[in-house]
Design a protein around this ligand. Structure first.
Ligand SMILES: C[S@@+](CC[C@H](N)C(=O)[O-])C[C@H]1O[C@@H](n2cnc3c(N)ncnc32)[C@H](O)[C@@H]1O
Length: 261
């Protein structure tokens, strides 16, 4: 093992090139030998790598950065959530490729869309590194996460005072919705693309449809906001992985301003 090498988990933000942090750009420019970019089987190119390329070309045009002369390693991760063996195999293979480079003294950056700590494949790599390479240096570079980008484009804050926020993927089942509506003030549902119809019906049943907003591709090309989920073409939206629904219940809002006891 080479203890001098560093594994970076670098968040590149929600999509807009100018939301990448200075720290992320500096490390990618100055410290890194290999950039690992995850991509899915369906996509021919890695979305997160596209975010980086866009930022690079904008900054290069302004002569603020130089071209990246590093190895780019695109790794394919299956999206087969029920197939644990297949997933573990893909994460093991990715870990081995990263490990061989770290062992050779190379600094490796695993780049993620949004933040590396929020529902990111980096988590599975980090687990393996901690177990199998306990002395490996690791640095995480935080980023603007998708739901903060979404609340920003809505010009809406998410929580205040004693309010409670929850963030969860919706595709594991929308039957939890009544209990979430009871217990939380702002509910961020990611991975909604396959369950939008069901979600819309459930919100209608709970008389909460007017509290829900759909956000597609926050800060990316093709950004869209829809404040009435019934207007969406659910079949069409199934193609849109980068979408979420935020439900603003806000029943605990106003404690500090004295609007509530
Ligand atoms: C695997 S999670 C990755 C989250 C990411 N690490 C983050 O910090 O936001 C992917 C889900 O995040 C949401 N998402 C990510 N980026 C988004 C964006 N720019 N606009 C809307 N939703 C986004 C979508 O719900 C998508 O299905």
């Amino acid at each position: 093992m080479n203890e001098q090498s560093v594994l970076y988990g670098i968040g590149l933000g929600p999509g807009a090139a100018d939301l990448i942090t200075l720290r992320a750009m500096k490390i990618l420019q100055e410290e890194v030998d290999v950039i690992v970019a995850p991509r899915t089987e369906k996509n021919n190119s890695s979305l997160v790598l596209n975010i980086l390329k866009k930022a690079q070309s904008q900054l290069q045009m302004q002569s603020k950065v130089r071209a990246l002369e590093v190895e780019i390693l695109e790794l394919v991760f299956p999206m087969k959530e029920q197939q644990h063996e297949l997933l573990n195999q893909a994460w093991d293979d990715a870990f081995e490729k990263i490990k061989s480079r770290l062992d050779n003294g190379l600094n490796v950056a695993f780049i993620t869309e949004g933040d590396p700590s929020i529902y990111s494949t980096f988590s599975y790599i980090l687990d393996r590194v901690k177990k199998r390479m306990p002395n490996q240096r690791v640095e995480i570079v935080p980023a603007v996460t998708s739901f903060l980008a979404a609340s920003a484009i809505l010009n809406q804050t998410l929580i205040e005072g004693e309010e409670r926020l929850c963030v969860l993927p919706a595709h594991y089942g929308v039957e939890v919705l009544p209990s979430l509506l009871e217990n939380f003030d702002t509910i961020v549902l990611t991975k909604v693309f396959k369950v939008l119809g069901e979600l819309c019906a459930s919100l209608e049943k709970q008389k909460m449809l007017d509290k829900a907003v759909y956000v597609l591709k926050a800060t990316m090309d093709g950004e869209k906001i829809c404040r009435d989920l019934r207007e969406l073409n659910f079949e069409e939206e199934k193609k849109n992985y980068f979408s979420m629904v935020i439900i603003f219940v806000r029943k605990r809002k106003g404690i500090l301003s004295g609007e509530r006891e």
